[in-house]
Design a binder for this molecule. Structure first.
Ligand SMILES: Nc1ncnc2c1ncn2[C@@H]1O[C@H](COP(=O)(O)OP(=O)(O)OP(=O)(O)O)[C@@H](O)[C@H]1O
Ligand SMILES: [Mg+2]
Length: 398
């Protein structure tokens, strides 16, 4: 069945959603499972010794014991002058991102039985033409030439508007707290229903999930009194402990306490550790809203770190607007990207049934002669005049 595809390659997690053709329209956007047990897959690319390039959960596993041959945290580095070293390879961030996008496209195509009609890829709102061009070129180098890039707040607005009414001309605030940082933005719906970015700001750590992981990690290391410096597998031990700390942080969103290697941590203590960073992010959101040329009444919270109860509570207290926390906040960009893709391509129409000319059809009888009196036809009207009753508006320069 034909479909369009939305993709979000985040600092830590990559997600995708599809909208399949249902009759003569596109259906609702549905998230695709990219991870082995989760909807999102880790944004990790691993170069195996035999030359194979491994992506997602498998790459994450390999990277644990061999970090030098793994690439992480690269999407936000697109446009940096300095390339990344992965093992002995020099890689650009855009090439690594294109590898990941190609993997997603192939995974989804294998599940759907065909390639997508169109792809929309979300990107950070502060990107200009230079970074977009770099990524487009890298995607074309991997034979992906049906990709449209859209700022992530625009995709968030699309996924919000698929559920809630957003009138044309109406504006939304977007607060996206992911792993690598915070994006705050204001978008406005245009008269034709699309969204445009009016204002945005980006702040990286200490304002995202990675830095919240660091906070838990430091707390656990203090409790353990450090790691054994003689451990021959110190790196593996360390990266495993970091993953346990990230899992503990996520667990604290649904539980009031957690224990990592016998070191206890309560939600209250964790919230005290991150409160200042979260508050700084909210101030940035307020500045972004204040300096946007629009009035808005709703702010949408997305990004995996929006699951932390303190985040929603503080935003609700400090931002005097209607606050909507997206139900699966880490998937909102991908869902909205798929929703935006629906506008960009018409639903494929079935090919008309072929006309069968049978050999044994007898020839038509000769037509009788008819005398035709020519009519005095009126002057043809332009399509615009026919539709609106007014002459076609002139475009500038015509
Ligand atoms: N239940 C949860 N509680 C707290 N944090 C969570 C929870 N679930 C996911 N996270 C965190 O959300 C982050 C991932 O969210 P998301 O996928 O939105 O980020 P990203 O898109 O990779 O990053 P960025 O948008 O900054 O580039 C991780 O830091 C993860 O630990
Ligand atoms: Mg993100």
């Amino acid at each position: 069945m034909p479909y369009v595809l939305g993709i979000d390659v985040g600092t830590s997690a990559t997600s995708a959603a599809v909208s399949r053709q249902t009759g003569s329209t596109w259906g609702d956007a549905e998230a695709v499972q990219l991870g082995e047990r989760t909807a999102t897959a880790p944004t990790v690319v691993y170069f195996a010794a035999d030359g194979t390039v491994i992506v997602g959960d498998a790459a994450q596993r390999n990277a644990g014991g061999d970090p030098a041959n793994a690439a992480r945290d690269f999407p936000r580095r697109i446009g940096d002058e300095i390339p990344l070293m992965v093992g002995s390879e020099v890689c650009s961030a855009e090439a690594l991102t294109a590898v990941l996008v190609t993997w997603v496209v192939n995974e989804v195509a294998a599940a759907e039985g065909m390639h997508p009609e169109h792809i929309v890829l979300a990107h950070p709102p502060n990107w200009g033409n230079y970074r977009r061009r770099l990524l487009h070129r890298a995607l074309r180098d991997t034979n992906l030439d049906n990709v449209t890039l859209l700022p992530s707040p625009v995709t968030v607005a699309e996924s919000h508007a698929a559920v809630y009414d957003v009138p044309n001309g109406g504006s939304l605030g977007v607060y996206d707290l992911g792993a690598g940082g915070l994006s705050s933005a204001v978008v406005r719906r245009s008269p034709i229903g699309t969204f445009e970015l009016l204002n945005s700001a980006e702040s990286v750590e200490p304002n995202g999930g990675n830095s919240f992981d660091d906070v838990v990690f430091e707390h656990v290391m203090d409790g353990l009194g450090g790691l054994d410096p003689a451990d021959p597998d110190a790196w593996t031990t360390l990266s495993r402990l970091r993953r346990e700390c990230a899992a503990a942080k996520e667990f604290l969103s649904v539980s009031t306490d957690v224990t990592v290697r016998e070191v206890p941590l309560t939600r209250v203590a964790f919230e005290d550790m991150i409160r200042t960073a979260v508050q700084a992010g909210i101030e940035e959101l307020l500045r972004t809203i204040r300096s946007a040329p629009a009035d808005l009444d709703t702010v949408v919270l997305v990004g995996g770190s929006a699951r932390i109860p303190l985040v929603g509570d503080l935003v609700k207290t400090e931002v005097r607007k209607r606050i909507v926390i997206a139900p699966e906040p880490e998937l909102a960009c991908a869902r909205g990207a798929a929703t935006a893709a629906k506008r960009l391509v018409p639903v494929p129409q079935p090919a008309p049934a072929p006309v069968v000319i049978a050999d044994d059809v007898p020839p038509s009888p000769p037509r009788p002669l008819i005398e035709i009196t020519p009519l005095d036809l009126p002057r043809p009207r332009s399509i615009m005049r026919a539709l609106t009753g007014r002459p076609k508006a002139k475009t500038s320069g015509s």
